[in-house]
Design a protein. Structure first.
Length: 256
């Protein structure tokens, strides 16, 4: 997980979560992501049950999805602030929220889930070491790692700043393979900011949504609640798997 703890704590203080700063994007994208991960767990995974790890759990939304399919979910994050918030909101008895530490890798997991975490690990060697830990803590026979990450399809689009590193897909594959993992299957995933995301653009340009967003910026709880409810209903059961190449990918990994 990215080691800039102060940065993620500040994001959690400001937003109540560690996702997109823009509320409309966050509510829309989070719902699409949750639908998609549940679709994958429900329809494509044979190793349901047992223990799972949500690495970089944030507000715990994905941990809650995992709790439907696994007997126990270990949820961890670098930000103690967002962990504390998740504990207060999510009361599922089979989700255990723990501070980030290497003891979590002493278990045998059926599934390790990590949503947009790797792109915040700036050092390639540190990323490879983390993936090695993932590989070693998977159940030998059927264990899987599910990743959702942004990548650069064009080498010219590679970028890095103080908290984000968008690697080329080729480079990310090299790091994955060096760790002892391989891609079993992958999906192209939509990007809400893509010009092809017409459904999101229609929502984002709606005058009612714009007014709610403005009100929500003043920390009016009712505005945030209504905005989330409207966005969730608008998304429905849509998933984000698309045809054609995308800069966002879902990858299912297994041990060699």
């Amino acid at each position: 997980m990215g080691n800039n703890k102060d940065y993620w704590d500040e994001r959690a203080r400001k937003n109540g979560h560690t996702g997109w700063n823009d509320l409309v994007i966050y509510y829309y994208d989070q719902k699409i992501r949750l639908n998609t991960i549940e679709y994958i767990l429900k329809n494509t995974m044979s190793n349901i049950g047992g223990l799972s790890l949500d690495y970089g759990c944030g507000s715990g939304d994905f941990s809650k999805v995992c709790s439907k399919y696994f007997s126990e979910v270990i949820a961890t994050d670098i930000s103690e602030i967002v962990l504390s918030s998740a504990k207060k909101i999510i009361k599922n008895s089979n989700i255990i929220f723990v501070s980030l530490n290497d003891k979590i890798f002493d278990n045998d997991y059926e599934v390790i889930l990590s949503i947009t975490v790797l792109q915040h690990i700036l050092d390639d060697k540190a990323l490879e070491e983390l993936l090695r830990k993932f590989a070693k803590s998977l159940k030998v026979k059927n264990g899987k790692v599910i990743l959702l990450e942004s990548v650069a399809i064009d080498e010219k689009k590679i970028m890095e700043n103080n908290y984000l590193k968008i690697r080329s897909f080729k480079r990310l594959l090299e790091i994955i393979n060096n760790s002892g993992l391989i891609i079993e299957s992958s999906y192209e995933f939509y990007n809400p900011l893509s010009e092809n995301s017409s459904k999101f653009q229609k929502l984002n340009n709606n005058i009612f949504i714009r007014i709610l967003k403005k009100l929500a910026m003043f920390d009016l709880y009712f505005a945030k609640k209504i905005l989330k409810m409207v966005v969730d209903k608008y998304v429905g059961q849509d998933i984000g798997i698309i045809n054609g190449e995308s800069t966002t990918k879902i990858m299912i990994l297994k041990n060699f």
